[in-house]
Design a protein around this ligand. Structure first.
Ligand code: IVH
Length: 717
């Protein structure tokens, strides 16, 4: 994406000398300007400033907020939230352009496609043409360039001529060999294919994102794209992405004469190719393949949106060539979207843990692609009004009213959404929906509109009640007792809701005083409880009066602070007192404390802002104070600095036999080592179990010490 540089307006008065009034004005102006740049960059793909200029604006904006923390508003926080994808990746010009495919929708389109090929090649009616028929994976296309068999560049498709360099991130994918296997590897080999995320992993990732109050992805394709566009490759490494190889770009000596031969060669080189690929020899066989894959589609673990037919003989492909930007020798036969028509009975608002209000459409139940759908996400206020809402698929010019007949679609086969409203069937009684100005909780707290920085989800409405809002309180209590937080046996969603409704547990500390209040409450008298189960519950609660610092921080429910971040904070500060003192200072805008937090591994602006917001809120401080009277927070194990591997970077590879990957990682980190997913010059040790492959070769290339599991155990003592 080319960027034209225009002059950026920054006031040159040093931030330390700004009066409060000047700061107010500049903060507001910068906020608007940054949001505008974000929109132009992320949504319109048309930035007007360079990355450096943009960073300058953000730096000043943050500096103003650090000096005047009272300027920090929900809006200003949201400017920092969700802007996760890196703004700058180097550009890569494709040696051979990455083109697109023409689409066929009806069977006649396929007949025409084959007819055109016959005419062009002057083939007789009975002369067979073999096609490679392949599922069309709904992911992101990627070009991997190998020089002398070594992966050197991975680039996205971009505009087809120029893509983005995502090499460091792609190196973390297990389906992408760092080095091509086999002999006689061409000097230059560009392998092309699709990066994707499975439906199951997409759902899991969204669960984690939700818990951390981070961006929710609309479908597996978006989550694969978001996971790849990360500045930090370790984030990509933590996201399970797959890769299917199906095409090539520049190649100095092509090792096969057919598409199918090339696919086999890719497999020999160490790539994964799609197992459903089939050779077809007639239009009938192509159409039968389309039908068969269509039937399997819902059950496949990854999204596909059609099948691709390619002439198998490459000499014929070369003769057929391209018409404008699509090949004459291939076509994408798309599947009709899985859609159904039903009525929208009502719209309800769901309040998430972080207070975001999501409108959910209540439908007359209907079957779509083998699943009964009763609820549909309506995303946000703008979506219902038909004025955008983050690039979602509602037909332009449509608004959604209660009572409407709606066409719903399972996007990416997973989340159902409304794609159209049948206006002819709109009843007179259809009701326009007015987004609530107040949170639907009994407190009726104000709702604010929050524009997301990336615009991916459109404008969101948020409850301002934070933990004073009962919905958020319940959600927080659920997080608090969950497995990864306090892990209290016998306290799940049902019990929390019940105890909350009865007024027995309003905040975390109340859980620990339940037993002492039980003479009044008398849990034993509740249906489903008896003397024993009540005793068990109180024992389970008591056994959690001591808790590790990382779990404790996670359990507080700070926005943006998921498990991994909590662990990073715990490791960084070591004790609750140290973290608590620092967080209070950060909330007051103490520059030294902010800088100290910023210096911690894995902690950046977004988390700092969230910690500051949490610890600026009086209500939260009360919750924390009452809780720490009930529980003892154990110090985090500080990574050792006196071990032999402290400060070293280690990569584990192959199938480890003496310990699991998680154990190996935890031990290494406890000893002060950094565990990485890929080998580079900076790697100190590669610990290789049986079956180690490309990473071993990388280690040799960079002269990195390779250890067996036993040698590693000996080294760490
Ligand atoms: S072949 C010259 N094969 O579909 C075109 N593309 O609409 C070479 N895709 O950008 C592409 N599965 O991202 C090809 N088996 C497959 C595919 C596939 C998915 C995507 C790819 C491409 C888009 C074209």
């Amino acid at each position: 994406m080319a960027k034209k540089s225009t002059k950026v307006r920054t006031d040159k008065t040093p931030v330390e000398l700004l009066t409060r009034k000047q700061a107010d004005a500049e903060h507001a102006r910068l906020g608007q300007e940054i949001a505008g740049h974000d929109k132009r960059y992320y949504q319109l793909d048309a930035p007007t400033v360079t990355d450096a200029e943009y960073d300058e604006l953000r730096k000043r904006y943050n500096a103003i907020e650090a000096r005047f923390p009272e300027l920090r508003t929900l809006e200003s926080l949201s400017l920092k939230v969700g802007a996760a994808p890196a703004r700058s990746f180097a550009k890569v010009r494709h040696a051979v352009p990455m083109l697109s495919l023409d689409n066929a929708f009806a069977e006649e389109d396929v007949v025409d496609f084959v007819g055109r090929i016959r005419r062009f090649l002057r083939l007789g009616e009975d002369e067979p043409i073999t096609f490679s028929a392949e599922p069309k994976i709904d992911g992101l296309s990627m070009s991997l360039r190998y020089v002398d068999g070594e992966l050197v560049t991975a680039a996205t498709r971009g505009d087809g001529q120029e893509g983005e360099d995502v090499t460091a991130n792609i190196r973390t994918l297990k389906d992408v060999p760092q080095k091509l296997k086999g002999r006689n590897i061409p000097k230059i080999t560009e392998v092309r294919g699709e990066v994707y995320m499975t439906k199951a992993d997409f759902l899991k990732l969204n669960e984690r994102q939700k818990e951390a109050g981070a961006q929710i992805f609309a479908n597996p394709r978006n989550s694969a794209a978001g996971s790849l566009r990360q500045k930090d490759p370790t984030v990509t490494a933590s996201r399970p992405l797959g890769f299917f190889a199906y095409a090539w770009g520049e190649i100095t000596e092509r090792p096969a004469d057919t598409q199918s031969g090339m696919i086999k060669w890719f497999e020999h080189c160490g790539f994964t190719t799609n197992p459903l690929t089939k050779m077809c020899r007639s239009v009938d066989e192509l159409i039968a393949f389309h039908r068969k894959i269509g039937e399997q589609r819902a059950k496949l673990d990854y999204d596909i949106d059609g099948v691709v037919y390619k002439v198998d003989r490459i000499d014929w492909q070369e003769r057929l060539g391209f018409v404008s930007r699509t090949p004459r020798w291939a076509i994408a036969h798309k599947f009709p979207a899985e859609q159904a028509t039903t009525t929208l009975k009502d719209i309800e608002i769901q309040v998430g843990r972080t207070g975001s209000l999501t409108p959910v459409g209540k439908l007359e139940p209907v079957g779509v692609g083998g699943v009964i759908v009763q609820n549909v996400t309506l995303h946000n206020e703008d979506y219902i009004k038909g004025i955008g809402g983050g690039g979602e698929p509602l037909r332009e010019g449509r608004d959604i009213r209660i009572g409407d007949t709606v066409i719903i679609q399972r996007a990416g086969d997973v989340i159902p959404q409304v794609v159209d409203v049948v206006l002819d069937k709109r009843p007179k009684s259809a009701k326009e929906y007015h987004f609530p100005k107040k949170c639907p909780c009994p407190l009726k707290t104000d709702v604010v509109r929050e524009e997301t920085a990336t615009g991916e989800e459109g404008a969101r409405n948020r409850c301002t009640g934070e933990f004073a809002c009962p919905f958020q309180k319940i959600q927080h209590l659920m997080l608090f007792v969950s497995r990864r937080a306090f892990d209290i046996d016998g306290l799940g969603e049902k019990q929390i809701e019940l105890f909350y409704d009865k007024g027995w547990v309003k905040e975390p500390a109340d859980i620990f005083t339940l037993a002492s209040r039980n003479s009044k409450i008398r849990l034993e008298d509740i249906e489903g409880y008896g003397e024993t189960s009540v005793r068990n519950l109180f024992n389970a609660i008591d056994s959690r009066r001591e808790i590790g610092l990382d779990r404790f921080i996670y359990a507080l429910g700070i926005r943006q602070v998921g498990e991994t971040t909590a662990l990073a904070l715990a490791r960084g500060y070591g004790s609750w007192k140290a973290f608590h003192d620092a967080a209070l200072k950060v909330a007051k805008g103490d520059e030294e404390a902010v800088a100290e937090m910023d210096a911690l591994d894995q902690i950046g602006d977004t988390v700092i802002q969230a910690v500051a917001a949490y610890f600026s809120e009086k209500h939260n401080l009360g919750i924390v104070e009452r809780l720490t009277k009930e529980v003892t927070v154990l110090d985090a194990e500080k990574p050792k600095t006196d071990s032999k591997v402290a400060g070293k970077t280690v990569v584990f590879t192959g199938s480890l036999e003496k310990f699991t990957r998680d154990e190996a990682k935890a031990t290494a980190e406890r000893l002060g080592a950094k565990v990485s997913g890929s080998v580079s010059k900076k790697t100190d040790y590669v610990v290789a179990g049986p079956g180690a492959g490309s990473k071993l070769a990388e280690a040799k290339k960079h002269n990195v010490t390779v250890l067996t599991e036993d040698e590693w155990l000996k080294l760490i003592g």
